[in-house]
Design a protein around this ligand. Structure first.
Ligand code: ADP
Length: 305
């Protein structure tokens, strides 16, 4: 069960960024489904997990399109609300000639989901094998979802992105916390720029009550820190084309494996393979691989070793 955001990404490619008051002719425009919740839900569904999503879109064409795409991916959309009050969330993304992104997110309908909605959906959350959360929606709602899941013994993956301060109650309800290096730094107060500092940040987060910390390290893979110690799970060397949705693909993949009963190490290795495949292609959802592609990639990688 993924509880999170659904956005329409509007991507404009331009040679350079316009100055204030200037109008430029850009090179390319693309509309694509996104939002961390939607990305993670699709990532897990493409890898064979049975996925349902709790979210909120507007009663507009973007909302209808997002629901349609989620349905096509085989995701249960029964608990995605259609808000009459707010427009579907959008991300306006400008990519310049150097491939640098500038992003403005207008959350819109995503903010409509509140803690009281989680209480209403308590039975649905209780029935889930696993809950996957990010921080693009209302924080009180995320806290309520995590608390309900925790109360019923349902494991919670929290991808703390975009990073923000979290209460100790929230952290204590998290089974698997998956920050990247920047987010781990913000949450722990320890700047992460090496394996040693990543481990120190992981330990600090364990001390706050999280059960397992998995710090993603870009091309270097991920570091697991928990009561069993810390283990580095190396990444897969690939030519990165576009790192959009690397973290989302990793989280969806890790969730799908854990829900299927794999060990944390196996799930993280699988997440690294999926992350590597996602950075090899442009876009968010278009870059998310299917199970057969990941299995082929892992076989080829093993054969080459
Ligand atoms: P985020 O996208 O949230 O900043 P990371 O950059 O840490 O997160 O990427 C998430 C995961 O995606 C990494 O743990 C790794 O498995 C994979 N990944 C990211 N960048 C690369 C890369 N350049 N080469 C191979 N794998 C990558």
């Amino acid at each position: 069960m993924v509880i999170g955001s659904l956005n329409m990404d509007m991507v404009v490619r331009t040679g350079r960024i316009p100055e204030a008051g200037e109008t430029l002719i850009g090179q390319e425009f693309a509309l694509s489904p996104g939002g961390k919740g939607a990305n993670q839900a699709v990532a897990a569904a493409r890898l064979g997990a049975k996925v349902a999503m709790i979210g909120s879109v507007g009663r507009d064409s973007f909302g209808a399109e997002l629901l349609e795409i989620m349905c096509q991916e085989g995701i249960d959309t029964r608990h995605i609300a259609k808000s009459a009050a707010r427009a579907t969330g959008v991300a306006s993304i400008i990519v310049d000639g150097d491939g640098e992104n500038r992003i403005i997110v207008v959350p819109g309908a995503n903010t409509e989901l509140q803690a009281k909605d989680m209480e209403r959906l308590e039975e649905v959350i209780r029935e889930a094998e696993m809950i996957v959360l990010q921080l693009e929606t209302d924080l009180g709602m995320c806290e309520a979802a995590a608390a309900i899941a925790h109360r019923h013994g349902v494991p919670v993956i929290l991808n703390p992105a975009p990073a923000q301060e979290l209460s100790s109650g929230m952290l204590a309800a998290v089974t698997y916390l998956t920050p990247n290096e920047t987010e781990a730094g913000i949450l722990s107060g320890i700047a992460v720029d090496s394996m040693d500092s990543a481990e120190a940040a992981g330990q600090a987060l364990l001390a706050k009550g999280v059960q397992h910390v998995i710090i993603t390290l870009g091309s270097k893979g991920a570091l697991i820190v928990d009561a069993a110690g810390s283990r580095h799970v190396p990444g897969f060397p690939v030519q990165a084309v576009d790192t959009v949705a690397a973290g989302d693909s990793f989280n969806g993949a890790m969730a799908s494996k854990l829900a299927a009963g794999s060990s944390l190490e196996e799930a993280v290795r699988f997440g690294n393979a999926v992350g590597a495949l996602a950075v090899g292609k442009r876009g968010a959802i278009p870059s998310l691989p299917r199970l057969a592609e990941v299995e082929r990639f892992l076989e080829e990688t093993e054969a080459a070793q």
